[in-house]
Design a protein around this ligand. Structure first.
Ligand code: TRP
Length: 330
């Protein structure tokens, strides 16, 4: 009897041992294929271009999803609770690198993951959003790519396109860190240049139709500036319908929003932001530590013009921009 018990105990421990062993092995095999979590805040053409830029760069460097790397791509559809769930998902799967596209995603990842690298992509104000203290010296597990726009150039461009610009409308989402930082910078620059500014804020896309109608009513603004605003970028047709009806030109800061109905911008190439983020991921995968990777950004914008919008609104393209890049939708 005793012998029997001892024997079965031995068998049991043996089995447990084997089971334990295979478990560990599985882990190791899984880790041979690094996991990259990509968390995009919301779907709009700029963030989509950034996401494409990231994955294309990874592929170019030989990291092919499903083959030698696993990319877990998640889109939070602008929803705060999705951001939380998806960040926890990356944390649970022990992602080797987690990438946040747009401020809300990067902030959610930073709040959830502290023991693995978090790379942010296209963040307007990484310091103001408390992602990092010193862009040159990452001191936690976080670094990335900023898309701070060249607003001096953008103001100059608006003045060249609109030689009689007296009153500028500025519209942005008050809760969007990125948008409000950029809007306030532009308001200051414009006022310093002697331009009167009328600022309008929305709290969600539900307000955009009514608020933008008010903004352009009765010829009270000569032109409209739109910052990198995730909510407005997702709802450009609503804004453009109202501004076109009132014959008021819109000057956003990014190429994709010019394509969606803006007149012109001195824009940072959105895809390029993704490429840069991809390069940073690769460096990290190849052993460079977050602390060795200062925040990167694109210093110079490229002028992009929507010729059809300019024509429809009877705006003459200044000679200096005759050969600038056209981004009309066919
Ligand atoms: N900079 C934005 C942020 O920090 C994200 C963003 C990148 C964006 N490109 C954009 C927003 C274009 C609107 C339009 O959240």
């Amino acid at each position: 009897m005793n012998k029997k018990i001892i024997a079965s105990l031995l068998v049991l421990t043996g089995m447990l041992g084997v089971a334990g062993y295979t478990e560990v092995k599985k882990e190791q095999v899984a880790r041979e294929k690094p996991v990259i979590g990509i968390l995009q805040y919301v779907k709009h053409p700029a963030l989509d271009a950034i996401h494409d830029g990231i994955e294309d760069e990874l592929a170019k460097e030989g990291y092919v999803n499903g083959k030698n790397i696993k990319i877990d791509y998640q889109n939070a559809q602008g929803d705060q609770s999705n951001l939380k769930t998806m960040s926890t998902r990356f944390s649970n799967e022990n992602a080797d690198v987690s990438v946040g596209i747009a401020t809300p995603s990067a902030v959610a990842l930073a709040n959830t993951i502290s023991d693995k690298p978090v790379l942010f992509s296209a963040i307007t104000d990484p310091v103001g959003s408390k992602l990092i203290k010193d862009e040159q010296k990452p001191d936690k597990n976080i670094t990335g790519v900023s898309d701070k726009a060249p607003l001096d150039d953008q103001l100059k461009l608006m003045q060249q396109f609109m030689p009689h610009l007296k009153t500028l409308g500025v519209i942005y989402t008050s809760s969007d860190d990125s948008a409000s930082t950029e809007a306030k910078r532009m308001i200051k620059l414009a006022e310093n240049a002697g331009i009167k500014v009328k600022a309008y804020t929305i709290t969600s896309s539900n307000d955009l139709n009514q608020t933008s109608q008010q903004m352009v009513a009765n010829g009270q603004v000569d032109a409209v500036f739109v910052p990198t605003d995730n909510t407005i970028a997702s709802a450009m047709p609503t804004l453009i319908k109202n501004t076109n009806d009132a014959k008021v030109p819109v000057f956003p800061t990014v190429d994709t929003m010019v394509e969606a109905g803006g007149v012109a911008a001195s824009s940072i190439n959105q895809r390029e932001l993704g490429t840069m983020t991809g390069k940073m991921i690769v460096k990290n995968l190849r052993g460079e530590k977050v602390s060795d990777l200062p925040v990167e950004s694109i210093k110079k914008g490229t002028v992009v013009i929507n010729q059809k919008q300019a024509d429809d609104l009877e705006i003459k393209i200044p000679d200096a921009y005759k050969d600038a890049k056209r981004v009309d939708k066919e």
